[in-house]
Write a new protein. Structure first.
Length: 255
């Protein structure tokens, strides 16, 4: 079996990102508490994963194949470089985020945790979550309407998927802020699973490296390629930036 370097990088980032979801859940279970996790972070993260999963499923399973004879350069570049591995990682991430959510919201009832201080979403992030759900509903109805009216097309699917990617990136940009602030206000990372952050960092580096290898092999990089893959690029960069912030907080507060 010939394992290409981009396949190996794909396995690395899917494995690292998938495993990174487990340390926080295990840590909460061992500590019998979820007090180290921000409820804003978990709810925003769950919404972001749902948007991303929807986008990936459409790109992998509902993309209209184009006859090889009719392919031109632009059509070849049009399809984003996503695969079943992306769906596996994202599905696992969404499920584990929902599990983490049960620990934060219903920890005492479902997990027999110690009674933590009751937490609610802050007003700002609650409004932001509601706004994102409204935007998702609006663009989804618009996408369905356009497909009924004009027929199914890859360009319409790509536009909708990129909008979902943008929403996921927005959620990723925002979701880390309450956790960073929560850590800062507590002046502690006690109960926070830093192992997940290290694994998340490995996954982010491997994801970006895989994309670089794939584009280098295809010997094609243009603004169009960037647009069709900006979701993967954006997610990787956002993940790395905030992970380095978490690692910095961990080093400062633990010392």
């Amino acid at each position: 079996m010939n394992l290409r370097i981009d396949d190996l990088l794909g396995l690395i980032y899917v494995s690292a990102w998938s495993i990174s979801m487990y340390p926080p859940i295990i840590k909460n279970w061992k500590c019998n508490s979820s007090s180290a996790i921000s409820i804003d972070f978990v709810l925003l993260n769950a919404a972001g994963y749902f948007y991303l999963l929807t986008s990936l499923i459409l790109q992998v399973y509902f993309w209209i194949p184009v006859s090889t004879e009719l392919l031109n350069t632009e059509q070849q570049l049009l399809k984003p470089k996503v695969s079943v591995l992306d769906i596996i990682y994202c599905s696992n991430g969404f499920i584990m985020t929902v599990v983490l959510l049960t620990q934060v919201v219903w920890g005492r009832k479902l997990w027999n945790f110690l009674k933590d201080k009751k937490r609610r979403m802050t007003n700002f992030f609650h409004k932001l979550l509601c706004l994102s759900i409204f935007c998702f509903t609006f663009i989804t109805f618009q996408y369905i309407y356009n497909n009924i009216k004009n027929g199914w097309s890859n360009s319409e699917t790509l536009s909708y998927c990129n909008q979902l990617f943008l929403m996921k990136i927005s959620m990723s940009l925002v979701k880390y802020i309450p956790q960073v602030t929560y850590n800062y206000n507590r002046k502690s990372m006690k109960g926070y699973a830093i192992q997940g952050v290290f694994l998340d960092t490995i996954g982010g580096v491997a994801s970006l490296a895989q994309l670089v290898v794939q584009l280098q092999r295809d010997q094609n990089f243009s603004f169009l390629v960037f647009i069709t893959n900006f979701g993967k690029i954006g997610l990787g960069l956002v993940t790395l930036v905030f992970n380095f912030i978490f690692i910095s907080q961990w080093m400062i507060y633990e010392s």
